[in-house]
Design a protein around this ligand. Structure first.
Ligand SMILES: Cc1cc2nc3c(=O)[nH]c(=O)nc-3n(C[C@H](O)[C@H](O)[C@H](O)COP(=O)(O)O)c2cc1C
Length: 213
């Protein structure tokens, strides 16, 4: 197959990879479609190492970003911080439901321990500028998706989780978030212990129409 870059349809400035590594794009497209979430309960060591995490964040900061506002940041939860995070989860649960049981609190604590690598994804929406807030939030989503795709490329399973606790301001400030920052969720990354059923996806044509004036 003749690659687009060879046909001249891709400007050389966009073909950053050596041509022999670019492929014709169909493999990459199929690979993107093969990404699916894995329950954090099924994510075991090894998780990504420092170099791989940096690759993920490099991809995150390559997300489309109107106005170059960089409306995202990520906090890696150190393994030594997992117990403390578990306590924050439990306290948030207690604030949400003062009548919750000890078993529910324990489940919350357990959530902080699950994935080998846990990244808190933070949105830093600039509310006083010309770039609409929704565009900034989309940029945060694109940054997170880039992390998921690089993790997938490296062979790791992932899932984003959130829940009411991500909107708990005490929990957010304990994680070091400023008042204007929002905790979007936690990106869980690790090695899948089981293969999951292929995700059911909608038909693409149900989500595409054309307009001809
Ligand atoms: C910002 C965000 C937060 C999410 N939070 C949760 C969550 O708390 N619990 C959950 O089961 N799924 C959550 N999801 C959905 C899963 O991460 C996952 O995308 C969904 O189960 C679909 O699986 P798929 O990624 O294989 O399509 C969240 C997704 C996003 C984008």
């Amino acid at each position: 197959m003749v690659r687009k870059a060879e046909r001249g349809a891709v400007h050389p400035a966009h073909a950053r990879l050596p041509l022999e590594q670019v492929g014709d794009g169909t493999e990459t497209a199929a690979w993107i479609c093969s990404r699916h979430s894995i329950s954090p309960k099924l994510l075991a060591p090894p998780g990504p190492d420092e170099v791989e995490i940096e690759m993920m964040i490099r991809a995150a900061v390559s997300a489309p970003d109107h106005g170059r506002l960089r409306p995202w940041r990520f906090i890696r939860i150190a393994n030594s911080g997992r117990d403390a995070l578990g306590e924050l989860f439990a306290e948030a649960q207690r604030r949400k439901n003062p009548d919750c049981t000890e078993a529910e609190l324990e489940r919350e604590r357990d959530r902080a321990a699950r994935a080998p690598v846990l990244l808190a994804a933070i949105a830093r929406i600039n509310r006083g500028c010309d770039i609409p807030e929704r565009e900034q939030l989309i940029s945060v989503g694109a940054a997170i998706q880039n992390i998921l795709l690089v993790a997938h490329a490296l062979g790791y399973g992932t899932r984003i989780v959130s829940g009411a606790k991500t909107r708990d301001r005490d929990l957010c400030s304990a994680l070091g978030l400023a008042a204007a920052e929002e905790l979007v969720g936690f990106v869980c990354i690790g090695s899948a212990t089981r293969s999951a059923k292929p995700a059911r996806r909608p038909s693409p044509l149900e989500h595409l129409s054309s307009w001809d004036g």
